[in-house]
Write a protein that binds this ligand. Sequence first.
Ligand code: TPP
Ligand code: MG
Length: 561
Amino acid sequence: MTDEFKPKTTAEHLLWLLNEHGVEHLFLHPGTDSAPVQEAAAVLTDAGVPIPRIILCAFESVGLAAAHGYWQVTGRPQCVFVHVDVGTQNLGAMVHNAFRDHAGVIVIAGKTPYGEDPESAGGRSHVIHWQQDVPDQGGIVRGYAKLTMEITRSEMLARGVGRAVQIARGGRPGPAYLMISRDVLMDPPAGAPGRTSGYAVPEPPAAGRETALRIAGLLAEAERPLLVTAKTGRHPRGFAAITRLADRTGIRVVDAPESGCLNISTAHPMRVRSAETARRLVAEADLLVVADCDVPWIPKSVHPREDAVVVQIDADPLRTDMPLWSFPADLSVAGDGATVLEEVAALLPAVDAAAKWPGLTEEHTAVPPAAEGPIEAHEVVEALNAVLREDDIVIEEAVTNAGALHEFLRRTRSGTLAGTGSPGLGWALGGAVGVRLAAPDRRVVAVVGDGSFMFAVPTAALCLAAEAGAPFLTVVLNNDGYRASRRPVLQLFPDGVSAARGDAVGTRFAHAPDLAALARACHADGESVDDRNALVPALRRGLAAIEAGRSAVVDVRIAPD
Ligand SMILES: Cc1ncc(C[n+]2csc(CCOP(=O)(O)OP(=O)(O)O)c2C)c(N)n1
Ligand SMILES: [Mg+2]
């Protein structure tokens, strides 16, 4: 709302506000409710008024994954506009992921119109406008969103949008969900533009000197200190703090089972590579520093020593977001992991790191390729090591092959490994678009299972990449089905019929789609590889395609079990 520009509708005001709040993209999936927003975008663009870039998205979950990916790189919330309750439902598991991965995103959903009189401009005009009047639209996401609110009047729009942006970004970030009906979107805007400043978010909480000194004292005394973290290293500050702490104290660094990022260089001698070594170290540690993670270890598989001291650092160390959460903590610190580790590292003199955990060596040697038989996942990882540059960003949703990536993939720079560390499969492709939009000069490579690939709505995701001009390479570790869903059947029923058959019902496709052909139908290059000697050249062609502006899918047929 400048002197020259006066919005005529609340929808125009909405786009203006989003832009003023720094929202750069609006991933739009349109419906009858979004018409005022679509018209507003045209009006404002013609008037030269800056608005977020509107990117058409063929499936809602993909748009949300893209906004989430963008958040991971920039820390700036983007907007997803969806069609009333049904579009909200199509956000599906990506809402869960945004909630668990603490991704600041703003979802705006239409709400079915209220008016039905002939003179009600935005009022009900289709059968669906009664059908979509469901008892609790907000309830679809209420268990996952930090804010669920309907904008019922134009005059609350500025405060509502400001609050959504503030809540999505602030504290422990997460999704903010707004609903707004078509009639309100068509209403004249409130007279005053409303302020867009003054929505500061809290500074990342520090531990304070006294607590930092206590942690430093414990670290100085510990003989077997172990840091278990999932997300502290996501941003450069956390990555640097962990690296500094590891350099100074000889603390070993374990990625928690749900880690979705690179916490320390894979080449760092203090990084623990394999899940097996991680379990051993958890069992042997005399000090466990647990930072920013949901599940530091799996009690069924491993227990810390009785006399181990556990320091837990978390924005919400009581984990009120998980009803049954009972990991031990001897010192519970409400704070931002990166900030607290910085505080602690600054207090510690450098020690002889090698003296801690003596005898623990994990050689970083490549596993030699098999001479024959199907390609193994670790061979694909070595092939990636051969073709990737240090600043390429790898997105991981490799499910049962995630371990091979964590153990063998070489990633040295902060932010060059991404994922959600959350259970809703189907994030990686939309996430890759968001990451690429946020880092347009980087090559983005998603490594996924064949199941994750299909969960990700690849038609919509590859088309979104083309629409957005954000091409990425997908490497599918294709084992012909759901190995992750086969394993529990065989493990839980070792003497069962399934184990005797060596197979489990409902985990293998008899009619799997041709993923490379699917890619080619969606503005991407696509090829299948089953010969290990063809792997590196295929990956190089895929990378060349994305450098030339096209997405690519390399569907690698790997050993099924
Ligand atoms: C949205 C969603 N639905 C179902 C699951 C349960 N699930 C976990 S892993 C998995 C199979 C994944 O298959 P794929 O990506 O091919 O990996 P693989 O297990 O073969 O390594 C399924 C169905 C899930 N995590 N998320
Ligand atoms: Mg699979």
